[in-house]
Design a binder for this molecule. Structure first.
Ligand SMILES: NC(=O)c1ccc[n+]([C@@H]2O[C@H](COP(=O)([O-])OP(=O)(O)OC[C@H]3O[C@@H](n4cnc5c(N)ncnc54)[C@H](O)[C@@H]3O)[C@@H](O)[C@H]2O)c1
Ligand SMILES: [Zn+2]
Length: 370
C-alpha cells in the first residue's frame, strides 16, 4: 500500500492486519501531513518502507511478493495544488506512472490495483429545476462570485436550482490541478490496466472525515480545519453564505468500500462514487462541531468566495450499492462525535490564516466590489 501512513491508509492497514493479511506500506511521511513525526497510530504489524512513490528502485523493491496494491500516496491540498503545480502533478501523476511502469515492465505478482479518485474532478454537481429537469452546472465564473451570487438559477425560468445526487456518468470538468491529477491517475490506471489485463478499481471518494486526519494541515479536510480553529478558541471561517454543502463520509465506511473492492471483481474498470449520499451545509458543520466540543464559538460566515470553489456536490451511491454491495453505515452525527473525541487528545496548530494569505497572495480569493 502506498500512502499507508496517512489518514485513510492507516485505517486500512489496521483492518488488513486484523484480517491476518501481510501488509507492506510505502510512505515518505510528507512533512505537511506528518509535521516531521512518525505517527504514533502506525500499526507495528505492517512492514514499513520509508520512500517516495516516485523512487523507481524503492517502489520496485516494495512490490516484491505483493499481490494487491492500494495506491493512496498523493498530495491532497486542493487549493494549494493550484500554486504548487509541478509538485502536485509530479507526485500524483508521476507516482501512478512509476507504479504502472514497474508493473508493466518488471516481473511482479500483481492481481489487483485499487486507487482513490476524487469528487473534485466533477466540479459542480448535478442540479434540478422542478419544472425543467436536471442540469449539470459549471464552475461559477469570477464575475458571478464577485456579485456574491452564490446560487444557480434555472436557465429557462430563473427559479433557484436544487442540488441533486451526482452519478459517475457525470462528465469531469474541474480544471483545478488536484482534480486534474486525480482524473489523470484514474484514466492512466484504467487504460494500462485494461491493456495488460490487470484488474483495476477507482473509488471516487467524496469528503472523507474521521480520526487521524491531519488537524494541523490547513490545506485539506474542512472538518479538521474547523476543529483546529475551535480548539484554538477562534471561529471557523466559512466562505460564501455558509449554505454551500459537501458530502461527508466516515473513513470507516471508506475502508469498507476499499476492502470490498479488493475482493470483488464487479468493480473492475468501473469508477464508483463513495460518499454518504447526503449533503451537509458548511455553516451547519461548523455549528455542530462547536456544539460537540462543548464550545459556544459560532462560525464566522464571511460572505466572500474563493475562485474555483464549487457550491454543491453530493454522491449518487447507487452504483456502489449495486456493484459492491456497499452502503455507508456510520451516521454523520456518530462519525463527527468520534472525530471530536479523538481531537481532544491532539494539539492542533491552527495554520488556517497562513493558507488563506497564500491564496490571497496568489490572487485566488475573489476581490469583491464593496
Ligand atoms: N481525504 C479525502 O477526503 C479524500 C477524498 C478523495 C480522495 N482522496 C485520496 O485518498 C488518498 C489518501 O488521502 P488521505 O486523506 O489519507 O491523505 P493523507 O495526506 O493523510 O495521506 C497521504 C499519504 O501519502 C503520503 N505521501 C504523500 N506524498 C508521497 C510521496 N511522494 N511518496 C510516498 N508517500 C507520499 C503522505 O505522507 C501520507 O501519509 C489520496 O490519494 C487522496 O487523493 C482523499
Ligand atoms: Zn426551470
Amino acid at each position: 500500500m502506498t500512502g499507508g501512513a496517512g489518514f485513510i491508509g492507516s485505517f486500512l492497514v489496521d483492518e488488513l492486519v486484523k484480517k491476518g493479511k501481510r501488509v507492506r506500506v510505502l510512505d515518505n511521511f510528507e512533512a505537511q501531513v506528518h509535521q516531521g513525526r512518525i505517527p504514533s497510530y502506525l500499526n507495528p504489524h505492517a512492514e514499513l518502507v520509508r520512500a517516495d512513490v516516485r523512487d523507481r528502485g524503492a517502489v520496485k523493491k516494495a512490490l516484491t511478493g505483493v499481490t494487491h496494491v492500494v495506491h493512496l500516496a498523493a498530495r491532497v491540498g486542493v487549493g494549494q495544488a493550484n500554486y504548487q503545480i509541478r509538485d502536485y502533478m509530479d507526485v500524483n501523476v508521476g507516482g501512478m506512472a512509476t507504479l504502472l511502469d514497474i508493473i508493466v515492465n518488471e516481473k511482479t505478482d500483481i492481481e489487483k490495483i485499487v486507487m482513490t479518485a476524487s469528487m473534485t474532478s466533477y466540479g459542480e454537481g448535478m442540479y434540478s429545476c422542478r419544472s425543467h429537469g436536471k442540469y449539470k452546472m459549471h464552475i461559477r465564473p469570477e464575475e458571478q462570485l464577485k456579485k456574491r451570487q452564490w446560487n444557480f438559477f434555472c436557465p429557462k425560468c430563473r427559479k433557484k436550482l436544487d442540488p441533486v445526487p451526482t452519478d459517475e456518468d457525470t462528465i469531469f470538468e474541474n480544471k483545478g490541478i488536484y482534480a486534474l491529477s486525480k482524473q489523470t491517475q484514474e484514466e492512466m490506471l484504467f487504460s494500462i490496466g485494461s491493456l495488460y489485463n490487470i484488474p483495476a478499481v477507482s473509488l471516487r471518494l467524496f469528503n472523507v472525515y474521521g480520526p487521524r486526519q491531519s488537524l494541523s494541515n490547513p490545506y485539506t479536510g474542512v472538518s479538521a480545519i474547523f476543529i483546529s480553529r475551535l480548539r484554538n478558541n477562534v471561529s471557523p471561517v466559512v466562505f460564501e453564505d455558509g449554505l454551500q454543502s459537501r458530502d461527508f463520509v466516515s473513513v470507516h465506511d471508506v475502508i469498507g468500500a476499499i476492502l470490498l473492492s479488493m475482493k470483488k471483481t464487479s468493480a473492475n474498470f468501473i469508477p464508483i462514487n463513495i460518499g454518504s449520499g447526503i449533503p451537509t451545509g458548511i455553516a451547519d458543520l461548523a455549528k455542530t462541531l462547536s456544539r460537540l466540543l462543548g464550545m459556544k464559538i459560532p462560525p464566522m460566515v464571511i460572505n466572500e468566495g474563493r475562485k474555483g470553489d464549487i457550491r454543491h456536490c453530493f454522491a449518487d451511491i447507487s452504483r456502489a450499492k449495486k456493484l459492491l454491495g456497499w452502503e455507508p453505515k456510520i451516521s454523520f452525527h456518530d462519525g463527527l462525535k468520534e472525530l471530536v473525541e479523538w481531537s481532544l487528545y491532539q494539539k492542533p496548530t491552527d495554520l488556517f490564516e497562513k493558507a488563506v494569505s497564500e491564496l490571497s497572495s496568489k490572487k485566488l480569493l475573489i476581490k469583491h466590489d464593496h
